[in-house]
Write a protein that binds this ligand. Structure first.
Ligand code: FES
Length: 155
């Protein structure tokens, strides 16, 4: 067994961060055109030292063992990274302690990278801050001066 295969086997003995995340901020799903396997990744962000960073990441995979092992490593090493830092990580960097992917397994790592990028694409930008003189909602803005305009919600 190669060194890589042994590390994959060890990672599979105790995969980290497997499962849906109910309170996630973003989720991304990709399928591999090479093998038909699928992987979904959830991200939860938090505020740290004035920066928005990944607090937790989790995954579910209908895929091969390598993809599961890489996703386990990747979801651990994403913690504390900003969206920009996470976006720059390549499939080979997401493998963490597994090391470089053998040529036949590169698409397995790319499945994890693709799910991560898909989730990052769906991450809403940080909410814009409005000056306190501006009404917090459009409806509140329209209601000034009071009583002049009635807003009728549509069914
Ligand atoms: Fe399909 Fe690894 S063989 S992701």
């Amino acid at each position: 067994m190669s060194d890589f295969e042994e590390k994959v086997r060890n990672a599979l003995a105790d995969p980290k961060n497997q499962g849906e995340m109910a309170d996630a901020d973003a989720v991304g799903t990709v399928g591999s055109p090479d093998c038909g396997d699928m992987l979904r990744m959830w991200l939860k962000f938090t505020e740290k030292d004035g920066k928005k960073v990944i607090d937790r990441a989790s995954f579910q995979s209908f895929g091969c063992q390598t993809a599961i092992a890489v996703a386990s490593m990747a979801t651990e090493l994403l913690k504390g990274k900003t969206a920009e830092e996470a976006r720059e990580l390549t499939a080979n960097e997401l493998t963490g302690d597994l090391g470089a992917l053998p040529p036949m397994k590169i698409h397995c790592g790319q499945l994890v990278e693709g799910a991560l990028k898909s989730a990052l694409d769906q991450t809403p930008p940080a909410p814009a801050t409005l000056p306190s003189s501006v009404a917090p909602t459009l409806a509140a803005a329209l209601q000034k001066p009071a009583g002049k305009i009635r807003i009728v919600p549509l069914d």
